[in-house]
Design a protein around this ligand. Structure first.
Ligand code: LLP
Length: 419
């Protein structure tokens, strides 16, 4: 459930009419709903009420906006980060360092030491090589790094190839059949406290079965690590729960996910960490755009909007579906190709889509754009970075300024020897 709905024929974000935001901030603009973020945060936490000891660490990569992180910090969420850039954001939003976990296959030495200095709660080590480097850096700083070993369970998540992370040939984690040996080797270093294991098999999962298989494998591994004399106090189960992009999409609910987790992990005797991203932020945001013009096409008209693949990359990257709706629907429908202004055919949001009848100058939204939306923007075609707005009841604030193309150009220079 979200808070983007028609009131008197005009789409609102909570109690703010979207045309007001378009008027005051311009388009394209991402609009987030605080009430929706909070609702999703509560629903996910409540779904895990049978898990006694847990940390919910929001996957910052899905929406790193400071105001969004602040909303989640107030809900008691920590953060899952994959760069020190994200870590700094989580800290700036007031998240306690102990509630931050740091994942990613390419953490640099500089990032490892900055995160150690900050005293973050857990490094999810993705390779033997990374573990050894972290042990060395921590020793040189006189610190102990709290760590989990990320396991690649070789489970097919059944999602888009580009967002699957748990198959044997993916770059993430260590192969599960080598985990015991690598764990033993890394645990022998005093400067790392290897206290558990972590897993994340992919994103936008439409079924619980692959997650359950991965968790079962992890449970077996925890037993065998304990059998080898290791203390396992923490297990990180990652994120990945999918959200409905299309009306009528049937996805496992947070409650079903929570029940499965509680059942599979009930005898583990560990503190669990969760890293949800999309399920919290996805349906808490829309991309508000204006129709530049409608162009006749061979089969269907092209509805050309002022948002493009640089603002919302998912359709171009993954062929992803985003629901598209008029802000002030006329009650009539059309079949259209919905495209942006960028000079490549990939800048297509939808072909042959049944949608509200739209004319030049109309406002429309791409729904479910709160996760992996603004954060994946680029300045391709010398377009700026889109602005972001947070709505709270009947008020709203710009929570990220639009970065104009001219500001990006101002950061470039022609060297004297070329002038
Ligand atoms: N934890 C780890 C280690 C991850 O790699 C990810 C996502 C998450 C948690 C959060 O997953 P979520 O709950 O949001 O599914 N750009 C793609 C999604 C990439 C996901 C990468 N990892 C998209 O737009 O669909």
């Amino acid at each position: 459930m979200d808070h983007f709905a028609l009131q008197d024929g005009v789409m609102h974000a909570e109690d703010v009419p979207l045309p007001r935001i378009a008027e005051e901030v311009g388009t394209p603009v991402y609009v987030y709903s605080r009430a929706t973020l909070e609702r999703h945060a509560r629903v996910f936490r409540d779904a895990l009420s049978d898990v006694p000891d847990k940390l919910i660490a929001f996957a910052v990569k899905s929406n790193p906006n400071l105001a969004v992180l602040k909303v989640l910090q107030k809900q008691g969420y920590g953060a899952d980060c994959v760069s020190v850039g994200e870590m700094r954001r989580a800290l700036a939003a007031g998240m306690a360092p102990e509630m931050i976990v740091f994942s990613g296959v390419g953490k640099t030495a500089r990032e490892l030491s900055e995160a150690l200095e900050a005293g973050i709660g857990q490094f999810n080590i993705e390779s033997e090589e990374e573990g050894l480097e972290l042990a060395k850096i921590a020793a040189s700083m006189g610190k102990t790094a709290q760590c989990a070993l990320r396991i690649n369970p070789d489970v097919d998540a059944g999602t888009h190839d580009k967002i699957s992370t748990g198959k044997a040939d993916n770059k993430f984690g260590v192969p599960i059949d080598q985990a015991g040996q690598i764990f033993g080797m890394l645990a022998s270093h005093d400067s790392v406290n290897l206290r558990g294991v972590a897993v994340h098999i992919g994103s936008q999962l439409g079924e619980l079965a692959p997650l359950e298989r991965a968790f079962e494998k992890l449970g077996t591994l925890v037993k065998s690590l304990r059998g080898a004399g290791h203390t396992i106090s923490h297990v990180d189960l990652g994120g990945g729960l999918g959200v409905p992009y299309k009306r009528g999409d049937q996805l496992p609910s947070p409650a079903e996910y929570g029940a499965m987790v509680a059942r599979v992990t009930k005898d583990w005797g560990v503190s669990l960490i969760f890293e949800p991203g999309r399920v919290i932020a996805g349906n808490a945001g829309v991309l508000l755009t204006r129709v530049v013009r409608v162009k006749r096409g061979l089969n269907n008209p092209f509805v050309i909007v002022d948002a493009a693949m640089n603002d919302l990359a998912r359709p171009a990257l993954y062929g992803a579906y985003h629901d598209f709706a008029a802000v002030e629907p006329r009650g009539a429908q059309m079949t259209a190709n919905i495209v942006g202004p960028i000079c490549e055919t990939g800048d297509t949001f939808a072909m042959g889509r049944e949608c509200d009848l739209l004319e030049s100058g109309d406002l429309a939204v791409f729904r479910t754009a709160g996760a992996y939306g603004a954060t994946m923007a680029s300045s391709y075609n010398s377009r700026g970075f889109v602005a972001e707005v947070l709505v709270d009841g009947d008020k709203f604030a710009v929570v990220a300024d639009r970065i104009e193309a001219s500001a990006i150009m101002d950061a470039e220079r022609v060297p004297d020897w070329l002038a």
